[in-house]
Ligand binder design. Structure first.
Ligand code: PFF
Ligand code: NA
Length: 435
């Protein structure tokens, strides 16, 4: 068996993990969720969840990955508790299913880049969405998106993922910042910021029982937690740098990108008076395209915006494919190229029904956000906190100057606070689904 690769540099790992985290969740879901759920009031709750639950949960996955230096299924066995492998396996299944849906939407983004540049959706945002989101064209763009994802993963950890994300992340940051500055100059800027961030504590408090579970799901999703992805990425760490420092940087950058996305999206929508629409992912495409189609320079700026979205989606997709790939490559005697291609083809097939009929997306949202994600993170917390806690604590303490107090606090947080918090969330989320 070939020797396992490691990231070339610490920054290489951080960029790859940021690439996984920054995605459709930041640029699509986050601004719209914030705008429609109470603005700055929602933001306070959401940030608290990200830092109090997301950050320590990310460290759990890092610890499992770096300690075992194995794929997410073998990792649990490597740490001495084989029967917990199902937890890692559930996460891997989540990443496979997610990639099927994610790649379909990645395909739409490809159509929107072309549609911006050619002006194809100008004046007909609604019909354009219909024609690119479901049908043969959507199957085709889904195939292209998946092929690019496979190509990057096939090249491996260093020459594929690390090399690609080292270019993609700076490009995302620079372009998004540029777009936000342009957004600031638009007539709709003030109204857009107002819609985005004006605090509505009353709305928040009246709806807290539904908002908190969906904010927890969104927080885990945006940080790429609960799909074993961060276990896989941390398993390629060769040196013991500070995991809390790396995790902190990743969480902060991911949050800044999400915030920045809102500073682009809402000025654009309000500049021509388009309703932000709190509907799903489709509404966001239609309303934004409607706006770009009317703005001066909309062809170029729309293309730039959708290009940012493509880079963000691609750098997440490669992490979703790397996770199952790492399992097969670690355990079977196939080349990485064969494995990435085979898995990519299977996941493409899994996504075809969605590329033909977008109705399945709602189902995905309900099952994965309200149930699978919190449930898998809960399993990881129980494993780290109550089963493998000795090696987990030791691993977290390596390379950090934070000292034993931080490790102890983290361990008890993982043991008690995270499971109780997620338990409550699950009850609320399931209740919400059933009503
Ligand atoms: N974090 C990505 C986003 O916000 O769009 C999506 C994602 C990627 C979720 C990888 C989970 C994952 F493992
Ligand atoms: Na994200």
């Amino acid at each position: 068996m070939a020797e396992r690769e490691t990231w070339t540099t610490r920054v290489g790992f951080i960029f790859a993990a940021v690439g996984s985290a920054v995605g459709l969740g930041n640029i699509w879901s986050f601004p719209f969720q914030t705008g429609s759920n109470g603005g700055a009031a929602f933001l306070v709750v959401y940030l608290a969840i990200v830092f109090l639950f997301g950050f320590p949960a990310m460290l759990m996955e890092f610890v499992i990955g770096r300690r075992s230096k194995q794929n997410p299924i073998s990792a649990f066995r490597e740490l001495g508790f084989g029967n917990w492998s199902f937890a890692g396996a559930l996460g891997v299944i989540g990443s496979v299913v997610t990639l099927a849906f994610y790649s379909v939407i990645g395909g739409w983004v490809l159509s929107y880049i072309a549609g911006s540049a050619t002006g194809a959706y100008f004046g007909e945002a609604g019909t354009f969405f219909e024609s690119v989101s479901a049908g043969p064209l959507a199957v085709g763009t889904h195939a292209v998106f998946m092929a690019v994802t496979v190509a990057i993963v096939a090249f491996g950890v260093q020459s594929g993922i690390e090399r690609a994300t080292k270019v993609m992340i700076p490009a995302i940051l620079v372009l998004l910042l540029g777009l936000a500055v342009w957004g600031f100059t638009l007539d709709g800027a003030a109204a857009g910021y107002e819609y985005y961030l004006s605090p509505d504590f009353q709305y928040l408090s009246e709806n807290i029982a539904t908002i908190v579970p969906s904010a927890v799901g969104q927080a885990f999703f945006t940080l790429s937690l609960g799909f074993s992805v961060m276990i896989a990425y941390a398993s390629y760490l060769g040196r013991d740098d500070s995991l809390p420092a790396d995790g902190g940087a990743i969480v902060v950058i991911n949050t800044l990108v999400a915030l920045l996305a809102g500073f682009v999206v809402f000025p654009v929508l309000f500049a021509i008076g388009v309703e932000p629409g709190s509907g799903g992912v489709g509404t966001a495409f239609v309303s934004l395209a409607g706006a770009f189609g009317q703005l001066p320079g909309g062809a170029l700026l729309g293309a730039a915006f959708f290009f940012v979205l493509l880079l963000a989606a691609l750098s997440s997709a490669i992490s979703l494919l790397e996770t199952p790939t790492s399992y097969v490559v670690d355990n079977y005697d196939y080349s990485r190229r064969t494995v990435a291609t085979g898995l990519g083809a299977a996941i493409f097939a899994l996504g075809v029904p969605t590329a033909l009929d977008t109705g399945t997306l709602g189902w995905y949202n309900d099952v994965v956000f309200s149930f699978l994600l919190p449930f898998v993170v809960l399993l990881f917390a129980l494993f780290v906190g109550w089963v493998a806690f000795d090696s987990a604590s030791e691993e977290l303490g390596m390379g950090t100057s934070l000292g034993g107090g931080f490790v102890t606090l983290w361990l008890w947080w993982v043991r008690v606070v995270i499971p109780v918090g997620i338990g409550l969330t699950l009850v609320l989320g399931i209740q919400d689904l059933l009503i």
